[in-house]
Design a binder for this molecule. Structure first.
Ligand code: ZN
Length: 446
């Protein structure tokens, strides 16, 4: 079956003004201005009302946090006190509320044009030790490409860390389960729908030996490494007092300074650290909304890219921004970087690049993130039929400038997963009702 997405209103791809042809899970042809496809076409989709962009890629999230949005005990706090307020609540996660949290996050991402989602799951209370199984199950049902990360915490308050004892695990359990979930879920190579990375939570919640041994294990299993780093000045001070070095030095000391690694946030780097990260090819998941909300700081995106570090975009967990809309995050990144670097130096094309090619590079993939022949057929399509777009002259720029937030159509690996602004088969009012009830219960509000 060859389908032609014909003559879009606008498209973020070169020489594809008349659309693209998809066969099975791949893009097989771009159709230039005034041309017809060379391939014999089985089906035509009239895209004349749609702006087509590559499927957006989210590089960092915590799905479970959809249960603690706008949580009264955590609002108006910065990172460390925010975490301390939330850890005891997150200790109440169980398979039922977690499944609903995952479904909400995935549906919200899909409807914002996201086709690949990375999640950093690091909270393992006693009742919920198989969180990744639940994530895979939900992702498969919705048809989204998923980068799971097997997170971990083993440095609790009693050992000088931040989390309470109730949400940490011991080193042997963490390493054994890390290897097991890679074996169970990780698909190598082109077109993978599920991949697994190893992801100790942060320098202030795991021990040095977990960082070191996880890096060795990732190399052995040929999977990627992920963690939070340099999010706040508090973290720099924590590293200096506990390890007598700054976070990037620590990263180097524990064997993580390589292009196998991508980091969430990456804000508080000095010039020399940016050059070292770029030289090593370490990726950065830029989370502008979360960084604003927690008042963490500004990621130096152009400097990092110039140094050679891939930069992707991420909504971060839904307790720190507090939604999962990746299209909105593009607008947020555009504004944040523009105020720092000027209108001529940051364009909507840059913001789209971070959420597509940059994010793909962070996840170590070259088969997604771009509309080009041979790439996976991961596509997001937006209509400009809301009041906010009325009068827009440049349809592609309008997505960012007018604030698009809802995709009309989304395709992943050649299959429609969003049609007419809906996720087929998903009863969203019922999902909201169940999820909201569980969230209020978890927050102790009912
Ligand atoms: Zn995070």
């Amino acid at each position: 079956m060859k389908i032609w997405l014909k003559t879009p209103l606008s498209i973020l791809a070169e020489n594809a003004e008349n659309g693209l042809v998809i066969q099975d899970n791949k893009i097989i042809e771009l159709v230039p201005l005034g041309a017809e496809p060379i391939n014999q076409i089985d089906k035509i989709f009239d895209a004349s009302q749609h702006v087509i962009v590559p499927g957006l890629i989210n590089t960092h999230h915590h799905f479970y946090q959809t249960l603690t949005r706008a949580c009264p005990s955590a609002i108006n706090k910065e990172l460390f006190p925010w975490l301390k307020a939330l850890y005891p609540i997150w200790a109440g996660l169980n398979p039922e509320n977690f499944r609903l949290a995952v479904r909400v996050a995935l549906a919200e991402l899909l409807l914002s044009g996201c086709t690949t989602a990375a999640d950093h799951h690091y909270v393992y209370p006693k009742e919920l030790t198989d969180g990744l199984d639940i994530q895979v199950d939900e992702a498969r049902k919705l048809g989204i490409r998923m980068h799971l990360t097997r997170g971990s915490m083993n440095l609790s308050e009693k050992d000088g860390g931040l989390p309470p004892e109730s949400v940490v695990q011991d080193k042997d359990t963490i390493l054994a389960d890390s290897e097991a979930v890679v074996g169970k879920f990780h698909q190598h190579g082109e077109g993978a729908m599920t991949q697994v990375a190893l992801a100790p939570c942060s320098p202030f919640s795991v021990t040095t030996d977990i960082m070191e041994e996880t890096a060795v294990l990732a190399e052995k299993l040929n999977v990627r490494l992920h963690t939070h780093l340099a999010e706040t000045e508090d973290e720099n001070n924590f590293c200096l007092s506990l390890y007598n070095c700054r976070p990037v030095d620590y990263l180097e000391n524990v064997g993580w300074m390589s292009n196998r690694t991508w980091l969430a946030h990456g804000i508080h780097f000095n010039e020399d650290e940016i050059l070292r990260l770029g030289k090593a090819g370490v990726g950065i998941a830029h989370c502008p909304s979360s960084n604003h909300l927690l008042a963490s700081g500004h990621c130096l995106v152009p400097e990092l890219e110039k140094a050679g570090a891939p930069v992707g975009l991420a909504v971060d967990g839904s307790a720190s921004q507090d939604c999962s809309n990746l299209m909105q995050e593009i607008r947020q990144a555009f504004f944040l970087q523009r105020i720092n670097y000027g209108a001529a130096n940051i364009t909507h094309f840059d913001a789209f690049r971070w959420a597509t090619e940059g994010s793909a590079a962070c996840l170590g993939r070259d088969d997604i993130g771009k509309i080009a022949v041979g790439k996976q057929a991961d596509i997001a399509m937006f209509k400009l039929d809301e009041l906010r777009f009325s009068g827009a002259g440049d349809p592609l720029a309008a997505l960012v400038l007018c604030g698009a937030h809802k995709a009309d159509r989304v395709m992943i690996a050649g299959k429609w997963v969003v049609e007419d602004g809906q996720v087929p088969g998903l009863d969203i009012p019922s999902l909201i009702s169940k999820h909201h009830g569980e969230a209020l219960k978890l927050q102790g509000l009912i």
